[in-house]
Write a protein that binds this ligand. Structure first.
Ligand code: SF4
Length: 426
């Protein structure tokens, strides 16, 4: 069931009479399963919406898109596709007991992969899903490959039913779908010769695989440490050597590195990060690949323009993917601004812990983290966490959040965009 969460004032949705709580049934005769159907079928210039208002009245709207006027309809968050795997390194198992139920959700959702760049394994696709990926051209998708050897991959995913990934990707590739891929490096399982084979197989898929990142497995104190361990510095260095070899080959053959080590892999290997230019368009930045260089570049570009924030306590709220990398960029920022900076790592209370990108953090997570922080003067929130109407994924309005917390809040892409504005400091 697809339901309207909110309707922006002055939008087409508001003009025709859509209101929060309206159930949406079909667009131009196409039944609606989820937000993808809605977005795909309402992209036309004219369409007919069949719906039921909260009063129980069935309605039909003939809608013509007026140029420059947004549809303005936000939908209730989708029911997340559950994961069919049981990886030993799963984030969800890394949660202590007694937290909110959403934090135990294992998501594996190709729709969120397309829409938000979440990694999915594609192990839970039904033929209907595969057809949709092609029909709606859900490309690029972000895919957790881990290993291309089917036996190793099934072992890593703890899923004996997982389909062989290379033929699966090739089928999609033949139909025009591309991928950003990742390998979560689990020592003794998919490193060494397995990593070599995986990169060779992905390289062999040619232009269909746009990039591959190698990310060291992240464990918490609650992870199944008897079954999986973090890689040692030497194992990270060995993995980086393999990554570098494939990157050098790709630079020669394709003109760009294609294969990247995550920032964390360099940190754990004790190897300096490549320069910013190595990362091109920073396409896996949200996955912690090139994130440090990206932010350092942006922070440095604003040098000399920072306000004086001496004596101010500034909180930087972000997701679990970016938080461990923040100390590397905070030092320069602290020097430039003279502020006291604190990183707040927030868990995703709507989609679950495995969704670690800052852009999907709900307003309620920020509210919870900030509402009792009388000691903080300013909180920087990731700008990508709100839509054009300044609403978070849980429909909380950014102004509503600002009114409910004791400090000033600002939306920021790279910190410099807020802190380098002279005169902002109180
Ligand atoms: S790590 Fe991801 S793919 Fe593995 S079990 Fe957890 S949610 Fe599923």
């Amino acid at each position: 069931l697809l339901r309207v969460l909110s309707v922006a004032p002055g939008s087409i949705g508001a003009e025709v009479g859509l209101v929060p709580g309206t159930e949406l049934f079909s667009v131009s005769g196409h039944p609606l399963e989820d937000f993808l159907d809605w977005e795909f079928h309402t992209a036309d210039d004219a369409f007919v919406v069949r719906a039921r208002l909260p009063s129980g009245e069935d309605v039909e709207y003939d809608i013509e898109r007026v140029e420059g006027m947004p549809l303005g309809v936000a939908l209730e968050p989708p029911r997340i596709r559950r994961c069919a795997n049981h990886c030993d390194f799963c984030f969800v198992d890394g949660n202590p007991a007694g937290m909110r139920s959403a934090l135990y959700i294992r998501d594996d959702d190709y729709r969120l992969s397309f829409r938000y760049g979440n990694f999915a394994t594609l192990t839970n696709l039904k033929p209907w899903d595969e057809a949709r990926i092609v029909e709606y051209r859900l490309s690029p998708l972000y895919v957790s490959v881990h290993a291309t050897d089917p036996v190793v991959r099934r072992w890593l995913l703890r899923n004996p039913e997982a389909p062989a990934i290379v033929p699966q990707l090739r089928r999609f590739a033949d139909l025009g779908i591309q991928f950003h891929t990742q390998v979560v490096l689990v020592p003794g399982a998919n490193d060494g010769a397995q990593l070599e084979q995986t990169l060779a197989d992905l390289y062999g898929l040619d232009a269909a695989v746009l990039s591959v990142s190698v990310v060291p497995v992240a464990l918490t104190e609650f992870s199944k440490r008897d079954l999986v361990r973090a890689p040692s510095g030497a194992e990270c260095r060995a993995a980086l050597e393999t990554v570098d070899r494939w990157a050098a080959r790709a630079v020669t053959g394709r003109g760009h590195p294609w294969c990247f080590g995550a920032d964390d892999l360099y940190l754990q290997a004790g190897v300096p990060l490549p320069p910013a230019v190595w990362y091109g368009d920073f396409e896996q930045r949200e996955n912690g690949v090139g994130a440090v260089r990206f932010l350092q570049t942006r922070i440095a570009a604003a040098a000399g323009r920072y306000g004086d924030w001496a004596g101010k306590h500034i909180a930087v709220a972000t997701g679990a993917a970016m938080a461990p990398l923040m100390p590397q960029v905070m030092a320069t920022l602290a020097e430039e601004t003279r502020a006291r900076l604190e990183v707040l790592e927030l868990a995703n209370t709507v989609f679950g812990t495995s969704v670690t990108t800052a852009g999907l953090l709900p307003g309620s997570a920020f509210l919870e983290a900030l509402r009792d922080r009388q000691d903080v003067d300013l909180a920087l929130l990731p700008a990508e966490a709100v839509n054009d109407d300044l609403r978070f994924v849980d429909d909380m309005d950014a102004h509503e959040l600002a009114a409910a917390v004791p400090m000033e809040i600002r939306l920021s892409t790279d910190f410099a965009d807020v802190l380098a504005q002279q005169g902002v400091a109180a």
